[in-house]
Design a protein around this ligand. Structure first.
Ligand SMILES: NC(=O)c1ccc[n+]([C@@H]2O[C@H](COP(=O)([O-])OP(=O)(O)OC[C@H]3O[C@@H](n4cnc5c(N)ncnc54)[C@H](OP(=O)(O)O)[C@@H]3O)[C@@H](O)[C@H]2O)c1
Length: 289
């Protein structure tokens, strides 16, 4: 049996749906409890339920977007660093293998030769570089806290997209934003990501950090082109002149835009369709809200 944390969230619901669809036994547990410490709630649950594997999709992202984390720093620290640290301690003491949803937003840009960041590259969009959003800073710090813990997968998700319209879906966001910035990113199909959280464990691939992005990268203009070809979203898009112009005009926290390399996952035996293949598939199967 798998213990799933954060199953009511955007990412957690996708994992829950995947487990349900495959009839994989799991139990959802929320650690949002104002009266008891998350560690006590979790310890009691794992001793009672005896899970073989734990998936943590709980965390704080900021709503409607990452800007909200700037005004809720205590919550952001507790949910993104304190909570996974406590889960790690419980899993280590109870000898439960587990996986945690991390993020690719701890990087900006690409390697000097234009290739994607690998799991070996240290974050370059974090508190140490003093150039990040508060949210990205907490996700990078959480990796430092967690990375040496035993029997742990750290899955880096990056800009989730899917075939189902949702305010959190990258494709839905592009359809609704009034003005866009043209930037290059590696991105993650949410359904692929959900499948992989279980596959890593089911296939017993080595524990460690994995970039879970669909191979390749895309620019905003390329995705907009695909949306227009599929007859989705506005006919005419307006773009900021540059990233600098966007930051000058829009008062928001710095955004990570980055290229990632997901070949470690492939070498471990888990294949993801390319980003072009996956976007095409989502747009063909598009489900409006
Ligand atoms: N969405 C993205 O674009 C994105 C990208 C990269 C990485 N991630 C990471 O993915 C994880 C989930 O993100 P999401 O987008 O699914 O967020 P979400 O929709 O806000 O859901 C997060 C879930 O975490 C649980 N939670 C929230 N605050 C908590 C707290 N203080 N203590 C304990 N549990 C709490 C809640 O579920 P329960 O009450 O059911 O436990 C909540 O529904 C986060 O770690 C995030 O950093 C997200």
């Amino acid at each position: 049996m798998i213990l799933l944390l954060g199953s009511t969230g955007y990412v957690g619901s996708a994992i829950r749906r995947h487990l349900e669809a495959r009839a994989i036994p799991f139990h959802s547990l929320s650690l949002r409890d104002n009266h008891r410490d998350a560690r006590d709630v979790l310890l009691e649950a794992v001793r009672r339920l005896k899970p073989q594997f734990l998936i943590c999709a709980a965390g704080f992202t900021g709503k409607p977007n990452v800007d909200a984390s700037e005004g809720q720093k205590a919550l952001c620290i507790e949910a993104n660093i304190g909570l996974p640290a406590k889960i790690g301690e419980v899993c280590a003491s109870e000898k439960i293998p587990w996986g945690h949803v991390s993020s690719g937003c701890i990087y900006t840009g690409s390697r000097p030769d234009g290739s994607g960041f690998t799991e070996e590259d240290p974050p370059n969009f974090d508190f140490r570089h003093n150039n990040c959003s508060f949210y990205s800073g907490t996700k990078a710090l959480a990796e430092e806290v967690l990375r040496d813990m035993p029997n742990l997968y750290l899955w880096r998700l990056r800009i989730p997209f899917s075939h189902v319209d949702n305010p959190r879906n990258y494709l839905s966001k592009l359809m609704r934003y009034a003005r866009l910035v043209d930037v290059r990113n590696s991105i993650s199909n949410l359904e692929d990501f959900a499948r992989i959280t279980h596959d890593c464990w089911a296939q017993r691939i080595p524990f460690g950090i994995y970039n879970v992005t669909n191979p390749g990268s895309v620019t905003t203009r390329q995705v907009v082109g695909l949306l227009q070809k599929a007859g989705l979203g506005p006919k005419n898009y307006e773009f900021f002149e540059s990233v600098e112009a966007f930051h000058r005009l829009a008062t928001c926290t710095p955004r990570a835009n980055c290229v990632m390399d997901s070949s470690k996952l492939l070498r471990a035996g888990i294949r993801l369709p390319s980003v072009e293949e996956s976007l095409g598939d989502c747009l063909r199967r598009w489900q409006p809200a």
